[in-house]
Design a protein around this ligand. Sequence first.
Ligand code: GLN
Length: 230
Amino acid sequence: MCRHLGWLGEPRSLAGLMLEPPHGLLVQSYAPRRQRHGTMNADGWGAGFFDGPVPRRWRSPAPLWGDASFASVAPVLVSHCVVAAVRSATVGMPIEASATAPFTDGTWLLSHNGVVNRAVLPDAVGAESVCDSAMLAAVIFDRGMESLGSVVAEIGAADRDARLNIVAADGSRLLATTWGDTLSMLHGSDGVVLASEPYDDDPRWVDIPDRHLVDAHDGDVRVTALETAR
Ligand code: GLN
């Protein structure tokens, strides 16, 4: 399981979101607090952010803690909308930058925290890698983000062992699902952050229940249960 994060709100630096918090993605890459599957996230990292309508990405197959170049530049990479992740590769999946979240269709940035049997995925073109997460992202992009909740429920029904936590954003909207792993939210006056686990001990963090959809835009956040056939 990887750990991921999404931000929508006032402009913040990638360092402030990922590297500086006492339990941010940097610390989560070697000492996550709530990770149920795997103990470290050393198989790469990715940061995606919006520069106006354009999604930009920096991804690497190496551990985040060793990337001095990113640490040097991250304080001046500032955006109102960010999707970032550290990766613990599922056994058998390639370790390469193109297998590392966030994935994109040119409009959305998307991270998958979990695992899915690729055999149950419908055909979709444009996967960036044969990694399960990249192929899942291609299916979600193909169906359209309005269908995120129903696609997750459908794939979760087809693969009962799947874990399908998604964080996605398009610059003005932040979406997430919980399906088999943890997700927490901090909704402050400056914006909303969704993260696999709280990056600090702020008492305002709330846990999102399993099998839910989070939809944040224009300062509003909605959390709804996903349709499931248990
Ligand atoms: N299955 C994905 C991969 O191999 C995601 C793994 C994860 O969430 N740890 O990259």
